[in-house]
Design a protein around this ligand. Structure first.
Ligand code: CMC
Length: 436
């Protein structure tokens, strides 16, 4: 970290001594005030629920400028990666810091391909779930269970174990997601086929059956691959911070990633694409485009908890750059499948237009986020709504691992242990039960 010449001074109105705090400069983005000695010197904590002003780590992986609507993986703009690279090149970049050359790419693809199968016992574990279980419930269980199957890659402090675990997780997530899907619809599992690309392989495991193979459609494969690229990492979001915090105790990589899957499930995070599609279906059921006005009025009502799902972002207060790319893909996919007149798509476009012009959304800088469009694309491809977040988890796995490995390699890393402002009961005595 580069120290800045500027220092911050913290002073108190009660005459307690003031404190000088160092400031560090990032390569881009806001500087940080180092408060590590604050408690030791003043006996006070900082208070920042939701981490609105807190940098929890230093990182070299992903940079977001929310005001400019910019997203960079290792310095490369997401637009260039989404246009010029495939998902496995993006994985290599996130894990290693540089894009692969042709030989490195071939090696990496081969390594990942060698690990696409899961231990045969995993399917018996999966068969214990109810068939109607939510795929994210299944994925939380399956990813955590990998630690029970791959004992040779569970030591988070061993760089070789971390490397093998990373490859295994990236390689096996598509297999697990497809298995969870096949199980839910009562179809036999389709084993991976390693002469296909990562994304073709995933789509084949999803849609082929023993009676009919999957016909690769390049537009759809490219769309799915782009979904993976756009979701691969996103700085210190809730699930990534969860993975870091979980991993900071020294737990194994599979357990830490399972914690990320659990966090991602929530509707304010990865569950938003499912929630956005459910919202569209609900408006459609109530009467479609004609009912948009009523729905928007409900969203704006202070007494209602209804939100326009797929809109708004904690960091992007201008435009989500991923949304722009996904919007483009959305049009490509719907054209390819002849679905331009699909009522749900028309409804989504009408909703997008109204929200972009409405002062409530404009004044709060609420724009469509990636999930607004990725849901429509996935539905068009034939992916059931319930599986959307599991696909997000598949894509985000590489980001989680890259961030976890970065943390373990950081000499300043410690077990995460936030403090609190305690406002509960002061010390008191327990009375015998008859006197309470
Ligand atoms: N619909 C209606 N009002 C909204 C929405 C929305 N989607 N999002 C924020 N607002 C309002 C909010 O009520 C508040 O209004 P007021 O100032 O009158 O109280 C104002 O906008 C600021 O909202 P906030 O809650 O302070 O914003 P936040 O940064 O804490 O929340 C968010 C960010 C993503 C949780 C929120 O915008 C949201 O819940 N959006 C819908 C869910 C969604 O699409 N999430 C996916 C995020 S992208 C995927 C990912 O990266 O994980």
């Amino acid at each position: 970290m580069t120290p800045s010449d500027v220092k911050a001074t913290l002073s108190f109105s009660d005459g307690s001594p003031s404190m000088e705090l160092p400031i560090y400069k990032g390569s881009v983005g806001p500087d940080v005030i180092d408060i590590r000695k604050l408690y030791g010197q003043t006996g006070k904590f900082t208070y920042d629920p939701g981490f609105l002003s807190t940098a929890s780590c230093n990182s070299t992986i992903t940079y977001i400028d929310g005001d400019k609507g910019e997203l960079l993986y290792r310095g490369y703009p997401i637009e260039q990666l989404a246009t010029n690279c495939d998902f496995l090149e993006t994985c290599y970049l996130l894990l290693n810091g540089e894009l692969p050359d042709a030989t490195q790419k071939t090696d990496f693809v081969n390594r990942v391909s060698n690990h696409t199968m899961v231990n045969e016992q995993m399917q018996f574990f999966l068969r214990g779930f109810r068939r109607d279980a939510h795929p994210m419930a299944v994925m939380t269980g399956l990813v955590g269970a990998l630690s029970a199957f791959y004992h040779d890659s569970t030591d988070i402090n061993n760089p070789e174990h971390r490397q093998v675990a990373a490859i295994r997780l990236i390689a096996k997530m598509p297999t697990l997601v497809a298995m969870a899907y096949k199980y839910s619809i009562g179809q036999p599992f389709i084993y991976p086929k390693n002469d296909l690309s990562y994304t073709e392989n995933f789509m084949r495991m999803m849609f082929a059956t023993p009676c009919a193979d999957y016909k690769v459609n390049d537009v759809l494969v490219r769309a799915m691959d782009r979904i993976f690229i756009l979701h691969a990492d996103h700085e210190q979001n809730a699930s990534t911070s969860t993975v870091r915090l979980c991993g900071s105790s020294g737990t194994n990589p599979f357990a830490a990633i399972a914690a990320g899957v659990a966090c991602l499930w929530g509707p304010a995070h990865g569950g938003a694409n499912e929630a956005a599609l459910n919202m569209l279906e609900e408006i459609q059921r109530k009467g479609g485009v004609e009912k948009i006005g009523e729905f928007i009025a409900e969203v704006k009502d202070k007494n209602s908890a209804t939100k326009l799902m797929g809109f708004g972002h904690r960091v992007y207060k201008n435009y989500d750059p991923r949304a722009k790319l996904m919007r483009e893909t959305c049009h490509e996919v719907l054209n390819e499948l002849g679905l331009q007149n699909d009522p749900l798509f028309k409804l989504a476009m009408a909703l997008e237009k109204i929200a972009l012009e409405d002062d409530y959304f404009v004044s709060r800088k609420l724009y469509p986020n990636v999930d607004f469009y990725s849901g429509i694309v996935q539905r068009a491809i034939g992916i059931p709504v319930q599986l959307f977040t599991a696909i997000f988890a598949l894509a985000r796995t590489v980001g989680w691992i890259a961030q976890l490995n970065e943390m373990i390699g950081d000499p300043e890393y410690k077990i995460g242990r936030p403090r609190q402002l305690f406002v509960g009961a002061e010390k008191r005595d327990v009375k015998p039960i008859g006197q309470r």
